[in-house]
Design a protein around this ligand. Sequence first.
Ligand code: SAH
Length: 356
Amino acid sequence: MTKAGSDIDTRPSGAKRPYIDRVSAKELDDWFAKRGYPAYRRRQLASWLERQVTETRHMTDLPLALRTELEADFRFDHLEILRRQESADGETVKYLVALDERHQVETVSLRYRHGHSVCVSSQSGCRMGCTFCASSRRGFGRDLRAAEMLAQLRLAAEDRGERVSHVVLMGIGEPFDNYEETLDFIRRANAPEGFGIGARHITVSTVGLVPEIRRFANEGLAANLAVSLHAADDTVRRRLLPVARRYSLDELMAACRYYLTKTSRRLSYEYALFQNVNDQPAAADELASLLRGQRCHVNLIPANPVPGSDLTPSDPKRIERFRQRLEERHITVTVRRSLGGDIEAACGQLRRDAGS
Ligand code: SAH
């Protein structure tokens, strides 16, 4: 089954053309042979595809006529930057990217002393409906293809003139709601012939989809997993994350323990702090006892304001108190540095279009 819009061909010919990276080598050989192109042309195309490039504008060694012919028979990706915003300190750049005529996403590039980290969107819009996150506001558009996620890395690397060293799947969308393409993306970003980004430098964040956490545990990947917890109490969690009505904390914790046992890795929990909702001392105690004995790390997120939400971000004093209380209870905890707030590029502020 295809999801809304993902398979609609909006290009003029209207015919269903296969995506270039899904075409078999044999078919491509035949295509080139039939048109009388020399074999090296076929090899040039293959070399782009091996390097995970599926946009013709990058295939500069192919003559324009050949590119046009290819485009008539196959589908290529066409990511285009519609808007570029840079934070005052120059560290963060946010791109509004068009995937096709109807769908857009945002991608964030964070460049600092120790590397270049790209926050990748996995879906245009989101189905999870988290009350404090702008990405859900306008509903769901479509899933991204792995190639479109890779293209986000490429455009950030190109624009910033620096190779991507870290990837976080924390942009728009729920990566595990687009599981196959997300996994394909991670493998290709990691592949030495692709971007060669170490698996340990790739982090996927999930709202807490239980079956997919278990599935991910079985993939044998060394990528990091972050789980959006935001509350250690089912009632509070359901208020913040509608998905918590589908999976209780008991079920979620069982899946997380499975992941820890299966992978021998560490797990990150994300916890955004909202005043008097999930930031009380008792909430810290509850969180500490929920996670007791787990090989994990808690990442506290100073909540970012999202217009239209009735939740108030916790003030810095309360964040510090919460952090201390967890630490006293022997939980490894850090507070996430918020970047790009002035261009609405921080957690929960990304949208699927330029509107409000
Ligand atoms: N769908 C994935 C990725 C979301 S973005 C997930 O749910 O994990 C990464 C993190 O930002 C998530 O933990 C998300 O809950 C958090 N986030 C969303 N809106 C936020 C906001 N307004 N303030 C702080 N964090 C927010």
